[in-house]
Design a protein around this ligand. Sequence first.
Ligand SMILES: [Zn+2]
Length: 233
Amino acid sequence: MTLNVNRIKTANWDDWLIPVDYLVIHYTAVDLQDTLDIFMNPESCVSSHLVIDTDGAIYELVDCLSGQACRGWHAGVSHWEGVQGLNDCSIGIELVNYNGNVFPFTDAQYQSLHQVVARFKEHYPNLRDPQRVIGHEHISGFRGKADPGVLFDWPRFYRENYPELTAPLRQAVCPAVLQESLMLLKESEPESPEAKSQFWRSVSLLTETTVRLIQEASEPSAGKEPSADKESK
Ligand SMILES: [Zn+2]
């Protein structure tokens, strides 16, 4: 299948090939333009391989669709199943969404994800295993990362992309009481696109801080790990 892809250059990547063992799903916390601006700004030190807008448009910032993946800066300090630093072995996809604990993802985004995952399964044998697809919150939740969030429909994702295989359980880190509070902020969002994007970016930082504090309170050793790797939101 031909993929309709917009190619954008990011300054934030490493020009070497990585083994692709995992696929990591994120939300952007800002709109498409702000996302691309951040990923093209060398001072931000963040990127992801792909961005998928709310209308399903696909942007490739770090090579991955051709069958070889370079190293993106999306995961940051992270661990999963004994593996540390998932930037070294994963592809990152950012779904444009102000906060996946507040706003649902669009049908167009799930459809584009389906196309992209089909391509990845051709190129990267490890990604034929649904266990290899995870959220940023599952590998960096100890730092407060809460994406893709409560409203990313993992059962739908697995049903559409791995229909023959048992779907893993993927639980969001954002507690219900926090999610309910975040939902109330929809009533306070500004109207202009620029202000709205800034508003929700701040809300996502607040979300991360709150999740981290809750995790640290329940597990005092959480969040105390070194923070030195580059990453996305
Ligand atoms: Zn993320």
